[in-house]
Design a protein around this ligand. Structure first.
Ligand code: NI
Length: 402
C-alpha cells in the first residue's frame, strides 16, 4: 500500500551511525535512572525524567496513567498502522552492592533487572523517530509502564485505554538479558515466558505433646503430604510435552522439638507456558489439599493468585524482530531461539490483546565483570546493548509498514 512513497526506509548504515552517536546520551539517561530507583507505582522521579525529555523532543504524551505510567505518541509523515513499544519502569527492593559512581542513591532500592536500560532505549527510540518522521509510516506509541515486578502495571494501563485512540495494531518490547552474552538476541515464536501464579496454604491441625501424637493432628505431617502430593501435578497430571513447575518455597511450622505443631504455613509459586492450564492448577491444588486434610482431620485456608499469564509471541511479529535483529547482531548465530524461561512478565497482558513480540537482548559481558544474574545486588549490564536496542526498535518500526 505504500509503494508510492519513495525510499521510505532510510539507508541502514546511516541508521546505525546516527544511533551510535546517541550512545553517550543513552548511557547518561540510564545512569540517571539507575541512581534514583523507585518501586512499583512510586516511579515519580522516573516519570518526571521521561516527561522532561519527551517535552524537549516535542513529542506528545499523556502521564499519570495507572498512577505513574506515560504514553507518548509519535506520528510519522505518512498514514499507516500503529505499533506500540513497551518499556517497564520500576526497580527492586534490593540494596545495591556495586561500587560504581552511578550506584543507587536510594537506600534499599536498586535497578537490579535493567529496567533503567529499557527506559533509556525507549527514550532513544522516541528521539530518533521524532527526528526521522519521514522514514516510517503510521504511528508509534511508546508505553512506559510501572510496576512490572509486581503487582503489575500492564493490566491497569490496558484498562486505562492505552491500546486505543489510536488503536494499537501490534506491540514489541525487549528485556536486557544477562542470561545471554552481548551481541545476541533471544527471539522465538510462541511461549517465551511462563504464567506466574502464587499460593499460600495455612493448615490448621491440633497441637500437643511430642510424645503423644494420638491426641493431636500434626500439621507438619499434613503439610509434608501436601508438599509431596502437589509435586504429582507436574509429574502425573500435566502432559509431559508441556513444561510446568510447582515450587513450595516456604514451609513454616513448629516451635520446639517436643511439641507437635498446631499450624503449618506453605507458600510457593506455579509456572507453566501452555495457556490451556489457566485455572487447572488452582483446581488441582484445591482438591489435593482438601483430600489430604479430610483424610487427616486438619482444616485449611488456601489463597491462590493468578498474577501473570504466559508471554506468547505472535509468529509474524517474532519474524519481524528476528529479521531485524539478525542485521543488528550481524550473524545468524547471534539469534538464539532456545531462550525460554520460567520467569514471568506482565508484557503478557499486552500480548493477549494485540499480536506482538517480546524478546531478550543479550547484555552480559563477563570480561567486564558484567554477568551477575538479574535481581542480584551486583547486577549490572554492558551498556553497549543500549544502542543495539534502539537500532532493533527503530528498524522494526521502519519495517513494520513496508
Ligand atoms: Ni525485569
Amino acid at each position: 500500500m505504500l509503494s508510492t512513497i519513495p525510499s521510505l526506509a532510510a539507508d541502514l548504515s546511516q541508521i546505525r551511525l546516527e544511533i551510535r552517536a546517541l550512545q553517550g546520551q543513552l548511557v547518561t539517561w540510564r545512569r540517571q535512572l539507575h541512581q534514583k530507583p523507585e518501586l512499583a507505582f512510586s516511579e515519580c522521579l522516573t516519570a518526571e525524567l521521561i516527561a522532561q525529555n519527551l517535552k524537549k523532543m516535542e513529542i506528545d504524551f499523556m502521564s499519570e496513567i495507572a498512577q505513574t505510567g506515560i504514553v507518548a505518541t509519535i506520528r510519522s509523515a505518512y498514514p499507516g498502522p500503529v505499533l506500540a513499544i513497551r518499556a517497564d519502569m520500576d526497580a527492586l527492593p534490593i540494596q545495591e552492592e556495586n561500587k560504581v559512581d552511578y550506584r543507587s542513591q536510594h537506600d534499599g532500592k536498586m535497578h537490579a533487572c535493567g529496567h533503567d536500560g529499557h527506559i533509556a532505549i525507549a527514550l532513544g527510540t522516541a528521539y530518533y523517530l521524532s527526528q526521522h518522521r519521514d522514514t516510517f509510516c503510521g504511528t508509534v506509541k511508546m508505553i512506559f509502564q510501572p510496576a512490572e515486578e509486581g503487582p503489575g502495571g500492564a493490566k491497569p494501563m490496558i484498562e486505562a485505554g492505552v491500546l486505543y485512540n489510536p488503536d494499537v495494531d501490534a506491540i514489541i518490547g525487549l528485556h536486557l538479558w544477562n542470561n545471554l552474552p552481548l551481541g545476541t538476541v533471544g527471539v522465538r515464536n510462541g511461549a517465551l515466558m511462563a504464567a506466574v501464579e502464587t499460593f499460600r496454604v495455612l493448615i490448621q491441625g491440633k497441637g500437643g505433646h511430642g510424645a503423644m501424637p494420638h491426641q493431636t493432628v500434626d500439621s507438619i505431617v499434613v503439610g509434608s503430604q501436601i508438599v509431596n502430593a502437589l509435586q504429582t501435578i507436574v509429574a502425573r497430571n500435566i502432559n509431559p510435552i508441556d513444561s510446568a513447575v510447582v515450587t513450595v518455597g516456604k514451609f513454616h511450622a513448629g516451635s520446639a522439638n517436643n511439641v507437635i505443631a498446631d499450624t503449618a504455613l506453605l507458600e510457593g509459586t506455579v509456572r507453566y507456558f501452555n495457556p490451556v492450564y489457566e485455572n487447572y492448577f488452582k483446581q488441582r491444588f484445591k482438591s489435593i489439599i482438601e483430600g489430604i486434610c479430610q483424610g487427616t482431620g486438619a482444616t485449611y485456608e488456601l489463597d491462590y493468585e493468578q498474577l501473570y499469564p504466559p508471554v506468547i509471541n505472535d509468529a509474524q511479529m517474532a519474524e519481524l524482530v528476528r529479521s531485524v535483529a539478525v542485521e543488528v547482531v550481524e550473524t545468524p548465530a547471534g539469534i538464539v531461539p532456545e531462550c525460554q524461561t520460567m520467569g514471568g512478565e506482565d508484557m503478557s497482558f499486552f500480548l493477549q490483546k494485540v499480536p506482538g513480540c517480546y524478546f531478550f537482548l543479550g547484555s552480559a559481558n563477563s570480561e567486564k565483570g558484567l554477568a551477575y544474574p538479574h535481581h542480584h545486588p551486583r547486577f549490572d549490564f554492558d551498556e553497549t546493548a543500549l544502542a543495539m536496542g534502539v537500532e532493533i526498535f527503530v528498524r522494526c518500526v521502519e519495517k513494520f509498514c513496508v
